[in-house]
Ligand binder design. Structure first.
Ligand SMILES: [Zn+2]
Length: 209
């Protein structure tokens, strides 16, 4: 194995997060950007603990998001409450299998896979693992990419609401599950953002927290 190339951190070089200026401050503690005055950090401060905190909160809220009703539908024929899964089952049995698949993937699979991916990234960083670095970098990019599309689910709910309301005299109100679900989406987005992917590439002996 060839020796790893020097990193900016090992050369004492800081990149300003605000203006992008590369500088080499005399003191690495409490350094400020010479151009814009922003605080300089070699790595995002407390990246792993912040990411864990956001992720664990998201995981806890994932339970009510799936168990509590996502929406209340009331029509002339009565009212009913649907969770994500009962919605999937409803669309599947009523013949709209494509809608059932979209909801299943966007609401159940994607958030779960995303949380598993971030857990994997965090654990491997904390173990200072060199295992499958290229694959993990790809995984991180995927998680970031998916983050932009996570709100897909909110659109799906909006489409369902308009479809059902077009169909007849039904009114739909979001249930507590929708709030929990929205929180899961936002929290996993923040978790992915607070994770510092540069930690993956740091040589095992360096600790930047
Ligand atoms: Zn700056």
């Amino acid at each position: 194995m060839t020796k790893a190339p020097p990193t900016a951190a090992s050369l004492g070089l800081f990149v300003c997060h605000a203006c992008g200026l590369l500088s080499r401050p005399a003191h690495s503690h409490e350094a400020c950007c010479p151009r814009c005055g922003a605080h300089l950090h070699l790595r995002k401060p407390d990246s792993t603990s912040r990411t864990w905190a956001l992720l664990i909160t998201a995981m806890i809220l994932y339970i009510p998001a799936n168990v509590l009703p996502m929406m209340h539908t009331s029509s002339l024929f009565g009212s009913q409450s649907d969770t994500i899964m009962s919605g999937v089952v409803y669309f599947w049995t009523s013949g709209s299998w494509y809608l059932a698949l979209i909801i299943f993937f966007a609401s159940i699979m994607v958030p779960m896979l995303k949380m598993i991916a971030i857990v994997l990234l965090l654990i491997s960083v904390q173990l200072r693992s060199r295992w499958q670095l290229d694959q993990r970098a790809r995984l991180y990019r995927l998680v970031e990419f998916v983050g932009r599309w996570s709100m897909l689910d909110i659109y799906v709910v909006a489409v369902i609401v308009s479809l059902v309301q077009l169909e007849g005299l039904a009114t739909i109100q979001p249930g507590p599950g929708a709030i929990a679900f929205g929180a899961v989406v936002v929290l996993t987005m923040f978790a992915a953002q607070s994770f510092d992917p540069r930690l993956m590439w740091d040589p095992p002996e360096n600790k930047h927290g």
